[in-house]
Ligand binder design. Structure first.
Ligand code: C2E
Ligand code: MG
Ligand code: MG
Ligand code: MG
Length: 288
């Protein structure tokens, strides 16, 4: 949990982890209610085609505005949901709502959805996903499932079987936060990923960081060799964007384009900022 997820967050985060267990238990109980009352919402962060600058789709990011505690970061409540056996309920509920929302957008945009380790191990995962896709009449080819290395390192054979079962549904699978784990090279060779997402710690401010330039250039060569698509996370500036474009990375995501936006604002953004033309620097800086 020390991965440096945003500066302002550390205070809250550290304080939260240090809280006495009765506080954590209180959040856990509140979480149960919040899930039942649909208070945790799927928000949407744009994923953009590099080069054309067109919108490709969104990553679904969970947001919880607690009535008294304020916004609780997903890394906090997702972990509590995992530990307390609630991640299945929460995750499937979020995906269901995200797919329903995406049907109303009127464009064949993709959605990327995060699956955490417990949910990945759940023997019902594939069947439940299939059910949601059917219920929402959502084209599986529009869905990418994102997993992190922590889901796959313990049992590669199981992971391969599970990823293949997901792909048999027609969905795509991506390895998230690439570069932060330990067995990345091995996992890439052995597992049927369609895409990797380069962790933002290598991408943000890349133009000024020669070490990160080497790492990301290496990752791109590897991905090309293995015929994997790549998304660069954490594009925060025009400089980040320009550098990443020189590496022929196909997709980008980051605060330069947009932060995660609430579901009820997506349609409006699709008609304005994210209409079909390339979004350029002036619009980005004067935008939302
Ligand atoms: P992730 O899947 O790697 O998601 C990307 C995170 O990076 C998001 O943080 C996003 O807001 C942030 N981000 C995107 N672009 C930038 C940028 O340019 N700069 C900076 N500083 N940050 C950027 P968020 O929403 O706080 O989520 C954190 C993590 O929580 C996610 O990392 C994911 O692992 C987990 N998470 C969020 N929603 C869900 C969910 O619905 N289910 C599961 N299982 N996990 C989720
Ligand atoms: Mg992700
Ligand atoms: Mg990530
Ligand atoms: Mg992450």
């Amino acid at each position: 949990m020390s991965k440096g997820e945003g500066r302002g967050r550390f205070t809250w985060y550290d304080a939260e982890l240090d809280r006495p267990s009765h506080e954590r238990a209180a959040i856990e109980a509140d979480l149960r209610q919040a899930i039942a009352r649909y208070e945790i919402e799927p928000w949407f962060q744009p994923i953009v085609q590099m080069g054309t600058g067109q919108l490709s789709g969104f990553e679904v990011l969970a947001r919880w505005k607690h009535p008294t505690r304020g916004e609780i970061p997903p890394e906090v409540f997702i972990e509590i949901a995992e530990d307390s056996g609630q991640i299945g309920n929460l995750g499937f509920n979020l995906l269901h709502r995200a797919c329903m929302a995406a049907r109303d957008w009127g464009r064949e945009l993709t959605i990327a959805f995060n699956i955490s380790p417990h949910q990945f191990l759940d023997s019902n995962l594939v069947a439940q996903l299939e059910e949601i896709l059917k219920e929402c009449d959502f084209d599986p080819r529009r869905l990418t499932i994102e997993v992190t290395e922590s889901s796959i390192i313990h049992d590669f054979d199981m992971a391969r079987a599970k990823l293949n079962a997901l792909k048999a549904l027609g969905v795509k699978v991506a390895l998230d936060d690439f570069g932060t784990g330990y067995s990345s090279l091995a996992s890439l060779r052995k597992l049927p990923f369609d895409r990797i997402k380069i962790d933002r710690s290598f991408v943000t401010n890349i133009a000024a960081e020669p070490q990160n330039q080497k790492i990301v250039t290496g990752i791109m060569a590897l991905a090309n060799g293995l015929e994997l698509d790549v998304t660069a996370e954490g594009i925060e500036s025009e400089q980040d964007r320009a550098y990443i474009e020189t590496l022929h990375c196909s997709m980008g995501q980051g605060f330069l384009f947009d932060k995660a936006i609430p579901p009820d604002q997506v349609s409006w953004l699709l008609e304005t900022k994210w209409s079909q033309h390339r979004v350029d620097a002036t619009e980005l800086t004067s935008g939302t």
